[in-house]
Design a protein around this ligand. Structure first.
Ligand code: SAH
Length: 346
C-alpha cells in the first residue's frame, strides 16, 4: 500500500500520549478515541485505519491521510522447507530494512524480533555484524513486528524473544518500553518475553535494579576470557569476570535463572576442556545453558560435526545446571540464530 504524500514521518504507534491527544483535538475528536484506537491496535491487531469499525468513517479517512498507523510494512516473506518457520523482511518509514522470524513448534509459537538495524557489537560469528550499526529501532518499530507477525500467524504467538538483529541493551530504553507494551497492553506474561544480550554489563545491573521480570539470556559463547575475546571483542570492555559478577548480582536481586547461550564453533570453544571450564565458571550460579551449534554464515568458522557436538555435550553431563540444545530452525532460509542480515534490498 502506498503512503499518502504529506504523511507525517512518524507512525501513530510512536506517538506519546500528548501527541495523540493533540491530533485528536485538532480533528475535533474526544480523547476517548485514543482508547478505542489502542484497543484496535494492541488487542485486535488491526493493520489499517479502515478496519476500526467503531470510529466514524470520516475520522478513519482523515487519519489515513495524516498519519501512518504502523511504522513497518512487510516487503517479503520467506517460508522454510519445514513450513514451520517463516522469515519476514520489513521496511521502516525511513526506508531501513529489518527481519523477524516466526517459528511454530507444537503448542508454542515463538517470534524472534529485532531491536536495531544492524549491530555495533561485532561478534565474529554473527551475520548481523557485517551490516555495521545503522540505527536503534523505536519502541513502536519493535512492537509492530509482533503485531504484524500475529496478523500473519494462524496460531497465537506464545513467546517473544529479542534475539533478532541488534543488541537490545544498546537500545535499552526503547527495548524496555516495547517489552512493557507487550506485557501491559498486549497481554504477554513477563516470562514469555526473553531479552538476550551479548553482555552489556551495566545494563544487566540496571535491569536487576529496576526489578524487571522478563527473562534474561546472556550470550556467553566462551569458557574463558581469552576464547570469548577472540570471537566477541566487546569482552575487552565488558570482561568475562564482570559479566559473571553481574549475573550473580541479577540472580540475587531477581531470583530468576539466567539462560546462557553458547554458540558452538569448531575448534574455538567446543572441546571437552571448554565444557569443564564452563562448569567451573557457572558452578555457583543458578542458571541454564543453551548450546547453539553454529549456523554457518560463510565466514571463517565452521559448525562442529555431530560427534564433536555430542562430545561437548557429554563433557557437561555432570554439570549442576540444565543443558539444552537449540537445533536452529529455518537455516535453509537464513533464519537461524545469527543469520539475520539484510542483503536482500529488493
Ligand atoms: N545481540 C543479542 C541478540 C542477538 S543474537 C545477543 O548477542 O544475545 C541471538 C543469539 O544468536 C545469541 O546467543 C548469539 O550468540 C547467537 N548467534 C549469533 N550468530 C550465530 C550463528 N551464526 N549461529 C548460531 N547462533 C548465533
Amino acid at each position: 500500500m502506498s503512503r499518502p504524500k504529506n504523511a507525517i514521518k512518524k507512525s501513530y504507534l510512536d506517538l506519546n500520549e500528548n501527541e495523540v491527544e493533540s491530533i485528536l483535538t485538532e480533528l475535533g475528536e474526544s480523547p476517548f478515541r485514543a482508547e478505542q484506537i489502542e484497543n484496535w491496535i494492541y488487542n485486535q491487531g488491526v493493520v489499517t485505519w479502515s478496519e476500526m469499525e467503531n470510529l466514524p468513517q470520516l475520522l478513519r479517512e482523515k487519519l489515513e491521510n495524516i498519519i501512518p498507523l504502523h511504522p513497518l510494512r512487510i516487503t517479503k516473506i520467506s517460508g522454510s522447507d519445514t513450513e514451520f518457520t517463516r522469515k519476514f523482511l520489513f521496511e521502516t518509514l525511513d526506508g531501513q530494512k529489518i527481519e523477524s522470524v516466526l517459528m511454530k513448534d507444537g503448542k508454542r509459537t515463538t517470534i524472534c524480533i529485532s531491536s536495531q538495524v544492524g549491530c555495533a557489537v561485532d561478534c565474529k560469528f554473527c551475520a548481523t555484524a557485517s551490516m555495521g550499526f545503522i540505527k536503534n529501532l523505536s519502541s513502536g518499530e519493535i512492537v509492530d513486528q509482533v503485531i504484524h507477525l500475529q496478523a500473519q500467524s494462524n496460531s497465537k504467538i506464545t513467546n517473544v524473544v529479542f534475539m533478532g538483529m541488534g543488541e537490545p541493551f544498546l537500545n535499552y530504553r526503547n527495548v524496555m518500553e516495547a517489552a512493557k507494551i507487550l506485557n501491559q497492553k498486549m497481554g504477554y506474561g513477563a516470562r514469555r518475553i526473553t531479552i538476550s544480550t551479548a553482555g552489556i554489563v551495566p545494563k544487566i545491573r540496571q535491569m536487576a535494579n529496576e526489578g524487571h521480570k522478563y527473562k534474561l539470556a546472556i550470550s556467553l559463547n566462551g569458557s574463558n576470557e581469552k576464547s570469548r575475546n577472540t570471537i566477541m571483542p566487546l569482552t575487552k570492555t565488558h570482561s568475562l569476570k564482570s559479566l559473571i559478577d553481574s549475573a550473580h548480582y541479577y540472580y540475587k536481586k531477581i531470583h530468576r535463572f539466567i539462560t546462557f547461550e553458547y554458540v558452538l564453533l569448531e575448534g574455538v570453544n567446543d572441546s571437552p576442556e571448554d565444557g569443564e571450564r564452563l562448569i567451573d565458571l557457572l558452578r555457583s550460579l543458578p542458571c541454564k545453558v543453551n548450546v547453539i551449534p553454529y549456523n554457518e554464515i560463510g565466514g571463517e568458522y565452521n559448525r562442529p560435526n555431530e560427534d564433536n557436538i555430542h562430545g561437548f555435550l557429554h563433557s557437561l553431563k555432570d554439570a549442576p545446571f540444565t543443558v539444552t540444545v537449540r537445533w536452529s530452525k529455518g537455516t535453509d532460509i537464513d533464519a537461524g540464530c545469527g543469520q539475520l542480515a539484510v542483503r536482500d534490498l529488493a
